[in-house]
Design a protein around this ligand. Structure first.
Ligand SMILES: Nc1ncnc2c1ncn2[C@@H]1O[C@H](COP(=O)(O)OP(=O)(O)OP(=O)(O)O)[C@@H](O)[C@H]1O
Ligand SMILES: [Mg+2]
Length: 443
């Protein structure tokens, strides 16, 4: 059957290409209109890999770690644009999300995260541009035909239905047989540890349990992709952590392509394969969490990723020494590698994270001032240093530091961990080291 297609090309695209497998059972299915039946039938035949075809072209091969067929899909956005009347809210976003990838959208309130997600789901019309899921153009299709499942912040459960009925309702609407619905609800309930609550109503559940029902409702549909819009933001801190781990485990197990919106730094950093930082309806930077943390392309990303935020300060450039710039910093001078980049207009914006600063002797200091706040979080201690002229610098202090509010403190940065940005455009001037940050001295 495979000989009808370009087998070599298909192999390149397979999730496990390159890993030797003893026997490979390959199934071929058509892309349109076979949804659940396709998955079930191929499961029964113990198919390892499903190659899905559309008009004679391979559009998405899929299998999970255990070799069972899973239906996952790449999502491609090309020049997506959204206008509400004369107001443009999504400018022109292009993004290729890999099959099985977990992508997190972050950005300030109003930057267009939910709008973009709703465009993927089909809940908002696309003003311009192309959208393909699993290689299939879907921009013109209604939500029900896109086979994506969206989980909202406010759960949106039906209060008069039981947990099991809530989870199965979408399938019932699609005329799936009751036996099949029961089987899928039972599977999802086991995954989400909801078995004891299947007969309860949403009003008899905690916030975390309700959120799990909302996720269960998405899972039972076996969608090509999951879209989450701040799913955990209504939960208390402990539940958020618990659910975050559940989502990470779930993704490892079912490997569905996921687009997840959050305001939570830890969720973004820990869940994402890649983070998309949005700003004013546009993409500012896309990258692996630690790459964004270590090499932010713009001042905006530098200040958006990381908590507490990166310290930034505009500094005059006093001289250029080889590939280093000598900057005037508030308490002295700092020599920073610039990769040979010149500073336009003789000024740069210097960025340094709290953990990149260490207490030092006053004559070596970049910043000197008075500690106005000390936050002891247990595993970390942060000091907020008032350096005058209404400027505050955040410093990560040694955990057991005994410094007190009102004390004077001098700190210097490690040049390798300083970031330089064009003071006018905010774009990164040069790349600096990626070494782990080590505390050089103690207070
Ligand atoms: N139906 C609408 N009509 C007009 N403008 C809208 C509509 N829906 C959203 N907007 C505007 O589009 C922009 C993007 O909104 P969106 O809800 O996508 O932001 P967001 O990034 O999800 O923000 P938040 O983090 O607060 O949820 C906002 O400026 C919002 O006011
Ligand atoms: Mg939103």
């Amino acid at each position: 059957m495979i000989s009808r297609f370009n087998a070599a090309k298909a192999a390149v695209d397979l999730p496990d290409a390159g890993r030797p497998r003893p026997i490979l059972r390959i199934g071929v299915a058509k892309a349109r209109g076979v949804g659940a039946v396709r998955t079930k039938a191929l499961d029964l035949l113990a198919i390892d890999i499903v190659i899905i075809i559309d008009n004679g072209q391979v559009v998405k091969p899929a299998s999970d770690e255990a070799g069972r067929s899973t239906i996952v899909a790449a999502i491609e956005l090309r020049n997506l644009r959204k206008d509400y009347g004369s107001v443009n809210v999504i400018r022109s976003i292009s993004l290729a999300i890999k099959s099985g990838e977990f992508v997190v959208l972050v950005g300030p309130s109003g930057c267009g995260k939910s709008t973009l997600l709703r465009m993927l789901a089909g809940l908002e019309e696309i003003t311009d541009g192309d959208l393909a899921i699993g290689g299939r153009p879907v921009g013109h299709l209604p939500p029900a035909e896109r086979n994506v499942a969206m989980v909202f912040q406010d759960y949106a459960l039906y209060p008069h239905m039981s947990v099991a009925e809530n989870m199965g309702f979408g399938l019932k609407m699609r005329d799936v047989a009751q036996q099949e619905i029961d089987a899928r609800v039972s599977d999802a309930a086991a995954v989400l540890k909801l078995d004891p609550y299947l007969d309860r109503r949403p009003g008899q559940l905690s916030g975390g349990q309700r959120q799990r029902v909302a996720m269960g409702r998405a899972i039972v549909r076996k969608p090509d992709a999951f879209l989450f819009d701040e799913p955990l933001s209504n939960l208390d801190a402990a539940l958020r952590v618990e659910m975050r781990l559940e989502i990470a485990k779930l993704h490892r197990r079912i490997k569905a392509t996921t687009v997840y919106v959050t305001h939570d730094q830890v969720e973004a950093m820990t869940l994402a394969d890649r983070i998309v930082v949005m700003n004013g309806g546009d993409v500012e930077q896309v990258g692996a969490p630690l790459d964004l943390y270590r090499s932010p392309a713009t001042l905006f990303v530098a200040q958006f990723i990381g908590s507490p935020t990166m310290n930034v300060l505009e500094c005059p450039v006093l001289a250029t020494r080889g590939d280093r710039l000598v900057l005037e910093v508030p308490a002295g001078r700092a020599e920073i590698p610039s990769g040979g980049a010149q500073a336009p207009n003789g000024r740069v914006t210097l960025g340094i994270r709290p953990e990149g600063l260490v207490p030092c002797a006053p004559e070596e200091a970049w910043f000197s001032g008075t500690l106005s706040v000390v936050e002891r979080l247990g595993s970390q201690t942060f000091g907020y240093l008032d350096i005058g002229r209404d400027r505050m610098i955040t410093v990560e202090l040694p955990r057991d530091s005994r410094v007190e509010i009102g004390e004077s403190l001098s700190v210097a940065g490690s040049a390798a961990h300083a970031h330089l940005f064009d003071a006018a455009s905010g774009e990164r001037l040069a790349s600096h080291g990626h070494e782990p940050l080590l505390k050089a001295c103690t207070a």
